[in-house]
Design a protein around this ligand. Structure first.
Ligand SMILES: [Zn+2]
Length: 114
């Protein structure tokens, strides 16, 4: 069961310590209660989600998982390819493929780090 949190300053500050690292998905629920993801990302969770309070990727809800940088990179690629950007028929506002570490490759497509 996935927990959803309201995307606001209070929740973000309550949920995370300063250096918690992991993946997150921002989105909202449609009129049928289905979660619609609109942005996927990874990084220092408190910092990233605080940015999204005021940037173009702001939305109603978020969900997250804390994990290592390596695991977070893999999961971000999965989220990106599962939910897909709007340009590929999905719902994500992500404009580019998640950054790939130098010398590594996305396990879902041929995107390489540089
Ligand atoms: Zn990929």
């Amino acid at each position: 069961m996935v927990n959803f949190y309201e995307l606001n300053e209070k929740t973000v500050n309550k949920e995370f310590k300063d250096d918690d690292y992991g993946n997150y998905v921002v989105g909202h629920k449609d009129k049928n209660g289905k979660f619609i993801p609109t942005y996927v990302g990874k990084g220092v969770l408190k910092d990233r989600l605080t940015d999204h309070l005021t940037d173009e990727y702001n939305d109603d809800l978020f969900t997250y998982v804390k994990q290592s940088e390596k695991a977070a990179f893999k999961e971000e690629c999965d989220d990106y390819h599962d939910y897909k950007p709007i340009s590929e028929g999905g719902t994500l506002k992500n404009k580019i493929h998640p950054p790939v570490p130098k010398g590594e490759k996305c396990h879902r497509c041929d995107h390489m780090g540089s």
